[in-house]
Design a protein around this ligand. Structure first.
Ligand code: ZN
Length: 307
């Protein structure tokens, strides 16, 4: 403070650099987006994830403390594709006017039949209504695209640091491309007819499409939906007939349905995949790269039928 007071024009010399170094407050709707934002923004951002580690974003109910965090933010990162509509409702309720980044912009979604896959709420006889599968982050190249979208939004919100955001996003995209190649190489070590996995809810549609692993789930694209008795019976029949050995819970679904299914089918649950949320920092999937490595590390021996 003494040195500052000795300068002839402290306001001009000091105010701009100090303001430039204050971190930009950003709210992400869930932990996956917070991780990508951290990669792109580094210490330029002060990030808060509304839905935390190991928590379910489907049908999330914001708390007053979440609205408070939103009011203090200048940037919001949301997933879109119906995954986090509660964020839009919260913004509208608060009349929030900052920059909104929709991370999935430009990614062609998988369309699903809302009725067949269960969507967690009633559509009033909407029949075959199609809904987008929101779980795009289970394809590593999509994660790269999300990083670029976040970098574009941050560059617009914080122009003096635009080059830094783009540079960091570019480096992260390269890491995601390497991760994508690694996942493909790992899956290729499993015989094609063994590439089948049962999970709690239908969170791996993009992984399935991109990496050639078939996923079957008793619950639909929302972890809240409940399967019918006929759906459970059909899955049990498939497990037996196709000798499926890779059966996993995920970290956001209630395990009761899968436990019942595994007991009735006479198969062992092989652990817990990270689907819609990361783990805490001291867990096995504190970031997206660790999530892919953890999930593959469990899936590969289980698909092969190893003990
Ligand atoms: Zn989900």
């Amino acid at each position: 403070m003494l040195r500052r007071s000795l300068l002839a024009t402290p306001g001009l010399l000091l105010a701009a650099p100090l303001r430039a170094q204050a971190p930009l407050p950003l709210v992400a709707s869930f932990s996956i987006l917070a991780d990508i934002a951290r990669e792109v923004g580094g210490d330029r951002l002060r990030i808060r994830s509304i839905v935390g580690p190991d928590q379910d974003s489907h049908g999330f109910q914001p708390r007053p403390s979440d609205a408070e965090a939103l009011r203090g933010a200048r940037v919001v990162v949301q997933n879109g594709l119906g995954f986090d509509n509660w964020m839009r409702r919260m913004r509208e309720a608060a009349n929030w006017q900052g920059r909104v980044i929709t991370a999935t912009t430009g990614i062609a979604p998988i369309e699903m039949d809302a009725h067949h896959h269960g969507h967690g709420h009633s559509h009033g006889g909407a029949g075959n209504r199609r809904v987008p599968d929101p779980h795009v982050w289970q394809d590593a190249r999509h994660v790269g695209r999300m990083a670029q979208n976040i970098a574009d939004g941050l560059a617009a919100a914080d122009a003096p640091n635009a080059a830094g955001y783009r540079e960091r996003a570019g480096a992260y995209v390269a890491r995601m491309e390497a991760l994508d190649a690694w996942v493909r190489a790992q899956v290729a070590t499993v015989p094609a007819e063994r590439r089948r996995v049962i999970t709690s809810h239908d969170a791996f549609g993009y992984f399935a499409r991109s990496y050639g692993v078939e996923f079957l789930a008793p619950q639909g694209v929302s972890a809240h939906s409940e399967p019918s008795a006929a759906q459970v019976a059909n899955l049990i029949r498939q497990i037996r007939e196709r000798q499926i050995t890779a059966v996993f819970m995920d970290n956001v679904s209630n395990p009761a349905t899968l436990n019942r299914l595994a007991t009735e089918a006479g198969v062992r649950i092989r652990g817990r995949l990270y689907a819609d949320a990361l783990s805490r920092a001291d867990g096995p999937a504190p970031n997206i790269e660790a999530m892919f490595r953890h999930n593959l590390g469990l899936m590969l021996p289980a698909m092969r039928g190893e003990a």
